[in-house]
Ligand binder design. Structure first.
Ligand SMILES: [Zn+2]
Length: 270
């Protein structure tokens, strides 16, 4: 599922391929991914315009196509972007295709169709209406600490809550907690100032490193949990078998040896 690093990678890809060219048409191959707009209306409103720039917040990508006109893309479970060459065959799972004057096309590809394509007038109004919190890479240390101090519950659930910090999903939340040596079920209330600093640094490091590697699974460090998680997976740090548990409604993978449940503040936490 595309999380902040993947969507940032899509953003950079879109910026480097699809900006400033006249849009000559929009082909909707599956209207299921369209939200609150018909295929015809989408094409009518974008035709003749250009994608000018883009912004990302959390897992949402917003592409400006004029005054009060933004294309919003959400990648759901399997969404991604592909800039097609002149005669390149259209992928079977391309749902929406934006054609440009240079005969190239940008495909919104989404096998499982949980993605969303929409036109909106105002990005900030959208974010507010949906209650989407600040982007994980825009949150500074003091704001980060405040978020964790103001909310109760397992730290993993807080990391995953898009209303508090936007962009982190299940895989990167587990990775951040692994790096910080913290058990995903640790109660946020038990975290000390030092713990929060460690967690903040781990968050920045994991997200920035994944973006720098263009989220290429094969290039991710072998010291990361991501390349080991799953049944029969072993901790890259201590070699013990990884464990899984449902926390915050999601399957978490972690090392029970390296990631201690109770942290400094409370030693008898359950
Ligand atoms: Zn371990």
């Amino acid at each position: 599922m595309p999380e902040l690093p993947e969507v940032e990678t899509f953003k950079r890809y879109l910026d480097s391929t699809s900006l400033h060219q006249r849009i000559t048409g929009v082909e909707v191959r599956d209207p299921y991914v369209l939200k609150r707009i018909s295929p015809r209306e989408l094409a009518r409103r974008l035709k003749g315009r250009r994608f000018e720039n883009s912004r990302r917040q959390g897992k949402h990508l917003f592409v400006r196509a004029g005054n009060e006109l933004w294309l919003r893309l959400h990648f759901g479970m399997t969404g991604w972007l592909q800039y097609l060459k002149r005669d390149e065959e259209t992928p079977k799972t391309a749902r929406v295709l934006f054609s440009f004057a240079n005969n190239r096309r940008l495909a919104f590809d989404d096998q499982r169709k949980f993605g969303e394509v929409e036109l909106i007038k105002d990005m900030d109004e959208f974010l507010q209406r949906r209650g989407i919190g600040p982007d994980a890479l825009d949150v500074g240390l003091s704001e980060f600490k405040t978020i964790f101090r103001m909310h109760r519950g397992a730290m993993k659930a807080i990391l995953l809550n898009q209303k508090l910090i936007a962009g982190i999903g299940n895989l990167y939340a587990d990775e951040i907690l692994f790096r910080a040596c913290m058990h995903p079920a640790t109660a946020a209330a038990n975290l000390s100032d030092k713990d929060l600093r460690t967690l903040f640094r781990a968050t920045r490091y994991v997200l920035e490193k994944a973006i720098a590697l263009k989220t290429d699974f094969n290039r991710l460090p072998k010291s990361w949990l991501l390349t080991h998680r799953g049944k029969r997976g072993r901790c890259p740090r201590c070699g013990q078998a990884l464990k899984s548990a449902t926390i915050g409604g999601r399957t978490s993978w972690f090392c029970a040896h390296c990631q201690k449940r109770a942290h400094s503040k409370v030693t008898s936490a359950t």
